[in-house]
Design a protein around this ligand. Structure first.
Ligand SMILES: *Cc1c(COP(=O)(O)O)cnc(C)c1O
Ligand SMILES: [Zn+2]
Length: 388
């Protein structure tokens, strides 16, 4: 059962009732789901009888009734010990979280599984979101399974696989000239006044809850430890913020102490608002003009959770760094050659970032590092074609 108690604003700390429909806080911030962690008694090891999916962390997920869960088998993806790649880099404790094994081939399934399930439970029938690609595909799939209506706004250059999945799952899809930012604007204009629920990144509280489960999984998969560092390809930052929130929950639940992994955020050189804000020392990030990268998941010029991403990166003594598209593609090949996985350019970006961090002495030796390979490369054949 869920131990959800209320929603709380991480910026102004205002509370909202659980089990009502909410988007943002009145102050404009995203809202966090809060749980009664004293009563939840979710302690490791999580019982073996629980299914190997993200619903094994049922107590700290917001869905009240099992009957509301819309699942395609998301979560509990493998954490591979990357021995060959690690050998090359002189990093014996390198791990790859292979998110390509989620339904719809990306970790967006985690967020959408939880958000669509909760929307379903709250009696919502129509969902809408702007998407750089994978979120739209996942929303379309879970909406189809739930028998709900999905409306998706995507940039014109979105990979074919994403456009296909939306079409096949019966989502209403509109292609927009511009980035996900313009898609959001067009969505709000064209659906204004209608009876629909906005599932945009961090504009509702529950996609974050789905993505936070990566932190619980990594802990279980490393036999009850967290790694020294995590490298996360950052668009809206849902996963990074979600895991950072999960660490606090895990501490309150008694899984871990005060120590946190160092959080490294990687972005594309053609769209790096967090990297610029990190470098200039600002608390929020200015919008990135003319975002351009073939890593579609990273083509996010402004993130509503910017202050939360920057807080996590800074307080963990991490960093935010930008890498080029060409380097990402080379890294996709290197991961494919050494570890047998075909990841997306966003996944490749984490390896490029790792190399920079090793070269600059940020990381090294026997430190344990987890790279998040956030989607399958099979959805990016247009971009990967130049490698063959
Ligand atoms: C959306 C996406 C990202 C960025 O995830 P956020 O949690 O929004 O920062 C990274 N990689 C892929 C493949 C994505 O689809
Ligand atoms: Zn607030």
């Amino acid at each position: 059962m869920s131990f959800l108690t209320h929603l709380e604003c991480p910026r102004c700390l205002k509370h909202y009732a659980a089990n009502e429909v909410h988007n943002l806080c009145a102050c404009g911030s995203t809202l966090f789901a809060r749980y009664d962690l004293k009563r939840a008694r979710l302690t490791p090891p999580v019982p073996k009888s629980r299914a190997p999916d993200l619903w094994r962390y049922r107590e700290v997920l917001p869905v009240e009734n099992d009957g509301s869960i819309i699942s395609l088998g998301e979560g509990f993806t493998p954490l591979f010990h990357a021995r060959r790649l690690g050998d090359r880099l002189g990093l014996p404790n390198l791990y790859l979280k292979d998110e390509s094994q989620n339904p719809t081939g990306s970790f967006k399934a985690r967020g959408m599984a939880v958000a669509v399930s909760k929307a379903h439970e709250l009696g919502i029938r129509r969902l809408a979101a702007p998407s750089a690609g994978n979120a739209g595909g996942a929303l379309a799939a879970y909406s189809a399974k739930a028998g709900m209506e999905a409306t998706i706004f995507m940039p014109e250059g979105t990979p074919l696989a994403n456009r296909l999945e939306c079409a096949l799952h019966g989502a209403k899809t509109t292609l927009v000239a511009g980035s996900i930012k313009e898609c959001g604007r067009v969505m709000r204009e064209s659906l204004a006044g209608g009876d629909w629920f906005d599932l945009s990144t961090l504009r509702e509280p529950y996609r974050l809850e789905g993505k936070k489960t990566m932190a619980y999984e990594v802990f279980e998969q490393l036999d009850g430890r967290l790694p020294d560092a995590m490298i996360y390809p950052t668009g809206g930052g849902t996963g990074l913020i979600g895991m950072w929130k999960a660490f606090d929950e895990m501490q309150e639940l008694g899984w871990i102490g005060e120590r946190r992994p160092r959080m490294f955020s990687v972005q594309a050189q053609g769209c790096a608002p967090m990297v610029r804000a990190f470098a200039t020392g600002t608390e929020v990030a200015e919008e990135w003009k003319n975002p351009a990268t073939l890593a579609s998941g990273l083509r996010v010029p402004a993130a509503i959770g910017d202050f939360l991403i920057l807080r996590a990166v800074r307080s963990s003594r991490g960093a935010a760094l930008a890498v080029s598209d060409a380097d990402m593609l080379r890294a996709v090949r290197e991961i494919a050659e050494t570890e047998g996985l075909i990841t997306s350019p966003e996944g490749g970006a984490t390896l490029v970032a790792l190399k920079k961090l090793l070269a600059d002495g940020f990381l090294g030796g026997h430190e344990s590092v987890v790279l998040f390979l956030t989607a399958t490369g099979y959805k990016y054949t247009e971009a990967l074609e130049q490698l063959v």
